[in-house]
Design a protein around this ligand. Structure first.
Ligand SMILES: *Cc1c(COP(=O)(O)O)cnc(C)c1O
Length: 824
């Protein structure tokens, strides 16, 4: 595939596909033409891969996830296809700039944060490891909202990401399936006289698949991301229509189509909305029907379904699939219960993503009954049989039965999706060592006691292709110059960088790369926030969803502490720092939105106070998403991973930062613990209570007031917020924050405050010694091999999915021999 061929294809796509010539093409037309050029190259490997899987009858990993936060496709596809440099050249010779075209792609935000991004990293690693896989999800018409900041407040703007079309997807109308809802059930007797149940539904919705090719890095494998779009079912109400009820018929059509309209913007806080349950069932049912249809193309029945597929549930969102597979097997494929249950359990595995009790999904039984009456019956039957077993294994243990039951009785009769997921799966995993341990000890303790062999830990990872090579080309070039490019498919090879910490010239170049990345971010901040920041200052960064447990507020308390020191003594020794924040708050999460307002209010005061003399700057960057992350992680000096211990399941942002040479200030939470183990305690800024100490402090009775009265500097910080200093004298505005800190402090900011402030001083001491800091930075990056999602996926493949890689042979596309050859 020569530069000449690429140039030619680019021009042809502008002309024939986009329908423009250079005299009136817009920048977006050029982007589209380039995207089609790259897509054409993907398709050959895509079809080859499908044929290969079909011919070999391989086991396919089906990753069910309500969210896939893929990020922009163009740059990543160029990298994985190995044509970045050639396309760069072709675009340059065409008089354009590849970097600018890449920026024109609308970042597809079909996820909230870490969970959705994990699914995207997993698809990249599955294809790279040549594992047959398909991601199933929902093609939301509106992804996560666009965040604007107005007067310091978050404003949500709809994300019309499909407005100009999406060149990376292909609609497969012929593979549509029908998804049923509502109605009631009836029993009858089949020809053998056995009792059977039919579901007399009252509504169907058509699920149309849209496929996005997912290429592996340096392989010929191109897997599929299949996202379902809802369309009014074929039983569109023609009766109403013909009876003259046009409005009614259209309304019912519209309501069916709202199912895939919008992503719920809540992270870690489910809201029991009917439409959300409809979304979950919609994609679970569509995906299962697709899986079964594919299986029956090669097998005469579903007896060995679990040898053909492994279905992974990314959190409980797709868990209704367990009841749906039982229904399909029993009601539609005439299996008896026991056999159906055996197949189901062997097919599913469940990943838990949270320890927050309020984040565990529960659905009111009444909602299930009206929407999925047959599934409710099946869940009751699963529960009945399960509890009978528990009674024999643990006689006279009513409490245990109550805890393990799928049905919760109070305050409202509801279905505990995590319990259903545990009972219906053969494997259950947490996403970091501490998280898995806490699941086994607390959240899922009864299940871990019952089935210890079902529990696994699978510490998260991220793909180094997007998060190092694409995001940080300068660092990648330096690394490759020293150790070759093998690290991109085997991240453990980064270890080979360790000897270079003693090489002063290498350290200087390492620093230069970081400085150039900081300069680029400086320009971004100037452009978007009209704020001048000093690239020689410490770039202290916290970017992630806004959540009280993540404690963005603790970082704000540190900023105000430093500010107070300056106000106390303008000559105080305060090292220059730029505090960079980014992250969206759920639109209904009042406290999180108020924290954004506080950060911006502090920024307004601190950034323009002449006494500060530019030593402290605060920048809240609007609309944090994957593409903004790609600019931020490589420019960070300090990574803030400061959640209350025991609350963050894993974190993956922590990994992206460290891979790009940032040092971490963090608590013993989630994957921070394992990152610290890998990089060495001496290269990690640790502070704060442990998860156990958090627990025991709570049990003993935690009183934040004691800390407030016992710490003059802390008191001055809170008093300054309370005084209205950051709110133009308005003492009401931030009162909810002050009250929450002083009277509840659920996440123990005050208990960790002094340790955090002290630790930040250690950060400054280390930073002042640039050679020492650089060594620590290099060692962090060099020791991050474990946190490649390739390692994570290998573990899932070998220990849970029992799937095998399949090589796809290469076949260079020959455009001179592209005539059809249709077999009659
Ligand atoms: C990695 C990532 C996250 C997860 O960040 P955490 O710090 O682990 O919470 C969230 N959003 C985006 C856009 C990301 O890229």
């Amino acid at each position: 595939m020569s530069v000449e061929t690429l140039k030619r294809a680019f021009a042809d796509n502008l002309f024939y596909t986009q329908g423009k010539d250079t005299s009136w093409a817009t920048r977006r037309d050029y982007y589209m033409a380039l995207a089609y050029t790259v897509r054409d190259r993907l398709f050959h490997r895509f079809f080859k891969t499908r044929k290969r899987y079909f011919a070999k009858d391989v086991k396919v990993v089906c990753y069910l996830s309500a969210e896939f936060l893929m990020g922009r496709h163009l740059g990543n596809n160029l990298i994985n296809l190995g044509i970045y440099d050639r396309v760069n050249e072709a675009v340059r010779e065409s008089g354009l700039d590849l970097g600018k075209l890449i920026e024109l792609e609308h970042d597809p935000g079909l996820g909230n944060g870490g969970l959705g991004r994990l699914a995207a990293c997993f698809l990249d690693s599955l294809a790279t490891l040549e594992v047959p896989a398909i991601g199933y999800g929902i093609r939301y018409e509106f992804g996560i909202f666009h965040q604007a900041i107005k007067d310091g407040w978050q404003v949500e703007v709809p994300d019309k990401w499909l407005r100009f079309g999406n060149p990376w997807e292909i609609c497969r109308r012929e593979a549509s399936v029908q998804v049923k809802f509502g109605g009631h059930t009836e029993t009858y007797h089949d020809q053998q006289g056995n009792p059977r149940v039919t579901w007399i539904h009252d509504r169907t919705v058509t699920a149309i698949p849209y496929d996005t090719p997912v290429p592996g890095y340096n392989t010929n494998t191109v897997n599929t991301l299949r996202l379902w779009r809802a369309l009014a079912g074929d039983d569109f109400d023609f009766q109403a229509f013909n009876a003259g009820d046009y409005d009614g018929a259209v309304a019912s059509k519209m309501s069916s189509e709202t199912i895939s309209k919008v992503l719920y913007p809540n992270d870690n806080t489910p809201q029991g909305r009917q439409l959300r349950l409809e979304q979950q069932f919609f994609f679970a049912s569509a995906s299962l029907q697709d899986i079964i249809r594919n299986h029956l193309r090669l097998h005469k029945n579903l007896d060995a379904l679990y040898e053909g597929v492994a279905i992974q549930l990314n959190d409980t969102h797709p868990t209704v699939a367990i009841a749906e597979l039982m229904r399909l097997l029993i009601d539609e494929h005439q299996y008896y219960w026991d056999k159906a249950w055996y197949i189901t359990q062997k097919t599913f595995a469940y990943t838990n993503h949270t320890l927050l009790p309020e984040a565990l999904e529960r659905w009111p039984v009444s909602l299930f009954e009206s929407l999925l009456p047959r599934h409710l019956e099946i869940i009751y039957e699963i529960n009945h049989r399960f509890l009978e077993d528990i009674k024999t294994w643990f006689p006279d243990d009513e409490d245990r039965l109550g805890r393990m039951s799928i049905i919760e009785e109070f305050p409202e009769k509801s279905i505990r999706m995590a319990n259903l997921a545990c009972i219906g799966s053969h494997a259950i995993n947490g996403v970091a060592a501490l998280h898995t341990e806490l699941l086994q000890k607390h959240t899922l303790r009864d299940f871990a006691e019952l089935w210890p062999e079902k529990f696994f830990n699978k510490t998260n990872g991220v793909t180094p292709r997007r998060w190092i090579l694409l995001s940080n080309p300068k660092l990648s070039e330096l690394i490759t110059e020293k150790i070759g490019d093998g690290w991109l498919s085997n991240l453990d090879q980064l270890k080979q960088l360790e000897p270079f910490v003693e090489d002063a010239d290498f350290r200087r170049r390492w620093r230069e790369v970081k400085h150039e990345n900081k300069l680029q971010l400086t320009q971004y901040i100037w452009k978007h926030n009209s704020l001048e920041v000093d690239p020689h200052s410490i770039f202290d960064v916290q970017v992630k969803r806004l959540h009280e447990y993540k404690r963005q507020l603790l970082s704000a308390l540190n900023i105000i502490t430093l500010y107070n020191r300056i106000k106390e003594n303008p000559n105080a020794d305060v090292f220059p720092r730029t505090f960079i924040f980014g992250g969206k708050a759920a639109p209904g999460y009042y406290m999180a939105k108020l924290i954004i307002k506080l950060i911006n209010a502090v920024a307004e005061v601190v950034n323009k106070d002449p006494e500060v003399h530019g030593r402290l700057k605060v920048a809240f960057l609007a609309n944090f998403n994957v593409s903004l992350g790609q600019k931020i992680y490589p420019a960070a000096d300090l990574s803030e991973q400061i959640s209350t211990a025991g609350k963050e399941a894993s974190g993956t942002g922590n990994m992206k930062f460290a891979m790009n040479g940032a040092l971490t200030i963090g608590t013993l939470d989630g994957a921070n613990i394992e990152i610290r183990e890998e990089v060495g305690a001496e290269n990690f800024f640790l502070f704060g209570l442990t998860a156990e100490e958090v627990q025991s402090t709570k049990v003993q009775g935690y009183n934040p007031m004691d800390y407030y009265h016992g710490n003059a500097e802390l008191k001055a910080v809170i008093d300054r917020i309370d005084s209205g200093y950051f709110s133009h004298g308005n003492q009401e505005l931030f009162k909810p924050i002050v009250d929450s800190l002083l009277h509840h402090d659920q996440y123990m900011l005050l208990a960790d405050y002094q340790a955090y402030i002290d630790c930040q001083e250690k950060v400054v001491e280390a930073y002042k010694d640039q050679e020492r800091w650089t060594k620590m930075s290099i060692l962090n990056a060099a020791r991050m091999g474990k946190f490649s999602s390739d390692r994570t996926i290998n573990e899932y493949v070998n220990e849970i999915w029992k799937a095998k890689p399949v090589k796809v042979e290469s076949e260079e596309y020959d455009s001179n021999n592209a005539g059809l050859n249709v077999q009659p």
